[in-house]
Ligand binder design. Structure first.
Ligand code: NAD
Ligand code: DAU
Length: 329
């Protein structure tokens, strides 16, 4: 089986490539990745049956022959960071919307199975005491340029299924954590700050809730949907991992053996979504179960990974913190 993985040098895509070649001896993986600041070829080092092609998903000449040659396209590539989208929305439109359009056109032309990786952020946010969680029928209500561009890309996929009959599925997942995550993101930023003796930065009061899932559980869910999901259907991926940011910072401080109040409050994110929460019942119907439900244990392993892989993240650290300093974060 030939699998085209877009964005496979990024966080979730790289983890997907690792588990795919580990668990599928017959799989050949082609990674198409622009290698932006978020893509790192080192995340794929040493893997057999993986070819990395540096290129842009928004370029039809690059995309067309790769899709033609594939049995399956799993589309992870995106500009993925909310804070960046608030500083400069432009690449989010080009990659997340135009890039998805280019892939869909190639998939339509060659009749290739397509899985679209999206986010729970397309549904906006929930009140802290809302008894309801996001479901596949929750109305779209994105808040940031990032989530709006992801919402738009989902709409393109749905239209290509209905109008052109492409064989596509969509998944909308909650916040991932684990190895290979870029250090601009909350958990790895906090962990690498502590390794450097710098206090964690908490946006606002820290009461915003995220529904954390280990990246390996996200990727097993993607395979469950590719293998057993219904064409045209949307699946929500989550593992009942709701925690607020204050709780997460304090758990990381405790993991390091530090005082759990040794963090600083910084400027809040404009338009900051309050709470995400996933109703995963349609996914459970496929027989999928999460394997990393113990967040404390997953966090411990993640902290260990960042301690042991400083060569992987160190080159980015000063630039990331300089960017945050400009917005008082
Ligand atoms: P990431 O930023 O770590 O990686 C994105 C990858 O895409 C990078 O390797 C980058 O070089 C590549 N890329 C960017 N623009 C490209 C282009 N024009 N052409 C080709 N490659 C390009 O992102 P991530 O956190 O791994 O997220 C992957 C996907 O999962 C995204 O679609 C994101 O919206 C979605 N998602 C992420 C999370 C999360 O918690 N991180 C949760 C749900 C959904
Ligand atoms: O819900 C899925 C989404 O999760 C994905 O679609 C995105 O690609 C992914 O980046 C993530 O989005 P968030 O904006 O929730 O993740 P981030 O790691 O940027 O922030 C998590 C929370 O932590 C959020 O409420 C902001 C807060 N935060 C973030 C940073 C970087 C802090 O309090 N301090 C920080 O230093």
């Amino acid at each position: 089986m030939k699998i085209l993985v877009t964005g496979g040098a990024g966080f979730i895509g790289a983890n997907f490539v690792h588990t795919t070649v580990e668990e599928m001896p017959d799989a050949e993986v082609v990674v198409l990745d622009k290698l932006t600041y978020a893509g790192n070829p080192a995340s794929l080092a040493g893997l057999d049956r993986v070819t990395l092609i540096e290129g842009d998903i928004a370029d039809p000449d690059t995309v067309d022959p790769l899709v033609k040659d594939a049995d399956l396209v799993v589309h992870f590539a995106a500009e993925s960071h909310n804070d960046n989208s608030l500083n400069d929305p432009s690449p989010f439109i080009t990659t997340n919307l135009v890039g998805t359009f280019v892939l869909l056109e190639a998939v339509r032309k060659y009749g290739v199975r397509y899985h679209h990786i999206s986010t729970d952020e397309v549904y906006g946010d929930l009140e802290l005491d809302d008894p309801n969680k996001f479901t596949p029928t929750t109305p779209y209500n994105p808040s940031s340029p990032y989530s709006a561009s992801k919402a738009g890309s989902d709409h393109l996929v749905r239209a290509w299924v209905r109008s052109f009959g492409i064989a596509a599925t969509i998944s909308n997942c909650s916040n991932n954590y684990g190895p290979f995550q870029h250090i601009e993101k909350f958990i790895p930023r906090t962990v690498t700050n502590l390794i450097d003796g710098v206090k964690p930065r908490l946006y606002g009061a820290g009461l915003n809730v995220r529904d954390w899932i280990h990246v390996r559980d996200h990727n097993t869910a993607v395979w469950a949907i590719v293998n057993k999901g219904e064409i045209g259907k949307t699946y929500l991926i989550g593992a009942d991992g709701e925690l607020n940011n204050l709780q997460v910072v304090q758990m990381i401080l405790e993991e390091f053996g530090y005082d759990k109040n040794d963090f600083v409050h910084v400027n809040d994110r404009p338009g900051h979504d309050l709470r995400y929460a996933i109703d995963n019942s349609s996914l459970l119907e496929l027989g999928w179960e999460p394997q990393f439900e113990d967040f404390t244990a997953g966090l411990h392993d993640t902290v260990t990974w960042y301690r042991e892989n400083e060569d992987w993240w160190r080159p980015q650290k000063d630039a990331v913190e300089a960017k945050y300093a400009k917005t008082g974060q």
